[in-house]
Design a protein around this ligand. Structure first.
Ligand code: FPP
Length: 264
């Protein structure tokens, strides 16, 4: 996978191709994480029930996953259901669970065809049993794939993840003196994966909403007013172009982005 695979997939002469032409393949973010927001507002603006926004959001998920895999990202993480989302009306929660099952059923072949490895992060074992089993099956069926890692954050909370990691480290008998940031990272849900370089949030909200709190320490944040159901390949490419213009300092001194080539 890589820029050429994506070029072959997008319309010739369109805005996507122009954006792709601005992307430096050697400086792609390795991990992109997305807070998918604005489904409710998308539906309300069309006088539709909120769940129609979630339904439409599936097309954005499909497009974003395929764009990311073809572009050559190592990891894509989508925030689909937070530990706080249980406070929503039971019918909305149930539609979201149904959409997730449907997505897994319909998209498994696409994930396999694109060599994508799927993982659920969070506390998915607390989801309805049939959803959990579907997730386990998708993980098992894609576990040998060597291409992009696709994480869906489900029943996910950033603080809960840190607590879970601390518990696991204690259970594993890690001694306080041997515990450092790198060791602690081995107990996070994303163990072994690079931290997100780029965090995208749709619908204009300026919040991190308890998402990947540990891992986004040095992530570049890009917020778009586009509502999630309208988010497509074009928007992801806009985010990557903007990311490549940033000067990542990691607490150090400024360097021109061109000079920082190769630094992620
Ligand atoms: C936020 O919009 C969106 C969610 C809480 C759910 C996102 C879920 C999907 C796109 C569908 C299922 C996902 C997968 C991966 C198959 P909101 O409802 O908070 O919107 P609002 O802020 O406009 O009310």
């Amino acid at each position: 996978m890589g820029v050429d695979q994506l070029r072959a997939w997008i319309p010739a002469g369109g805005v996507e191709e122009a954006l792709l032409g601005q992307i430096v393949p050697e400086r792609l973010p390795r991990h992109v994480a997305i807070i998918m927001d604005g489904n409710g507002r998308w539906a309300a603006s069309r006088h539709l029930p909120r769940v129609e926004g979630h339904r439409a959001g599936i097309d954005s998920v499909r497009d974003t996953v395929e764009t990311s895999a073809r572009l050559g990202l190592d990891v894509l993480t989508l925030y689909a259901f937070s530990v706080e989302n249980w406070k929503r009306p039971a019918t909305e929660v149930s539609v979201l669970m149904g959409l997730l099952r449907r997505y897994l059923k319909l998209e498994l072949d696409t994930l396999l065809r694109n060599n994508i490895r799927f993982t659920a992060i969070g506390r998915p074992n607390e989801l309805p049993t049939e959803v959990y089993h579907e997730l386990l099956e998708a993980e098992a069926r894609t576990s040998r794939n060597t291409g992009m890692r696709f994480n869906i954050a489900l029943n996910y909370g950033g603080r809960a993840e840190i607590v879970d990691a601390a518990r696991r480290a204690i259970e594993a008998g890690v001694s306080p003196s041997s515990l450092d940031e790198s060791r602690f990272g081995e107990y996070l849900y994303t163990a072994g994966q690079p931290d997100p370089d780029l965090l995208i949030r749709t619908s204009g909200e300026m919040r991190v909403s308890n998402f990947l709190l540990w891992q986004i320490a040095y992530a570049e944040i890009w917020v778009t007013d586009t509502l999630w159901p309208d988010f497509r390949c074009q928007h992801l490419l806009e985010a990557v172009v903007a990311y490549q213009k940033r000067d990542r300092r990691y607490g150090g001194i400024a360097t021109a982005p061109a000079v920082a080539a190769g630094v992620k």
